[in-house]
Write a protein that binds this ligand. Structure first.
Ligand code: DX5
Ligand code: ZN
Length: 228
């Protein structure tokens, strides 16, 4: 499984050293939330910040979450800044397919995100075109929100489709993930866990990541098959 601390919860006066801290602490990925003040009621940071952070965490996979209304013009700058994956929202409708194609043309992994109110059926046309499906477990725009339990059936459905259609996409959850909620997400089929507050606000991030990994691993349905 993958643990991806979300930089949005880091100390914004020290983003480079915060990214380095996440790498030292044993994170697999760094989740970078890009907010444009249009698609979500907040503005975070852009390609220049991602490029500045990149050399401080060379070993981390940069998982760039684009909460932007018109991300097409941003794909190339974020690719050059060091993104390894770029995630766009299914709520963008007609833009989605061209965006996924462009992300892949740039040689990056392509992710699709879905907000809590959106029906999971909306992602079905894209499941064979993505490397990752991100099921949002909070309404996007801010860190530190409470987990929305009603999103769990969407994770289960996405996992079922993955098994039935033998598709390779990772199943990521994002928003309010902590030691209490990570277990039920893992049981529902999630394998990639974004956590901001639960990790960056810990003095000992290494211990926090190890604990979250242990809880998630103990609840991984795949492991359950092995536990006969
Ligand atoms: C919210 C972002 C999340 C958020 C997670 O719009 O997409 O990645 O930073 O933060 P926590 O883990 O604190 O909910
Ligand atoms: Zn995010």
């Amino acid at each position: 499984m993958i643990i991806a601390p979300s930089l949005l919860a880091a100390d914004f006066t020290r983003l480079g050293s915060e990214a380095a801290r996440a790498q030292r602490a044993g994170a697999d990925w760094l989740h970078l939330d890009i907010m444009d003040g249009q698609f979500v009621p907040n503005i975070s940071f852009g390609p220049d910040v991602v490029a500045a952070v990149r050399p401080h965490a060379k070993k981390l996979f940069f998982d760039v979450h684009l909460m932007c209304g018109k991300p097409a013009i941003l794909l190339e700058p974020f690719a050059q800044a060091g993104a390894d994956e770029m995630i766009v929202h299914v709520e963008l409708g007609e833009q989605v397919l061209p965006l996924l194609w462009k992300i892949k043309a740039l040689g990056k992994k392509a992710g699709l995100a879905i907000n809590p109110p959106t029906s999971i059926a909306a992602v079905q046309p894209f499941l064979d075109k993505i490397d990752l499906l991100l099921v949002m477990t909070v309404n996007p725009g801010f860190g530190g929100q409470s987990f929305i339990h009603e999103c769990l059936p969407k994770i289960q459905q996405a996992d079922a489709w993955r098994r039935e259609r033998k598709l390779p996409y990772r199943l990521e959850v994002d928003g309010g993930i902590n030691n209490a909620t990570v277990a039920e997400c893992a049981r529902a089929g999630a394998d990639t866990f974004v956590a901001g507050t639960a990790l960056f606000h810990q003095h000992n991030m290494g211990a926090a990541i190890r604990k979250m990994r242990q809880i998630a691993g103990d609840n991984d349905p795949g492991l359950a098959d092995l536990r006969v």
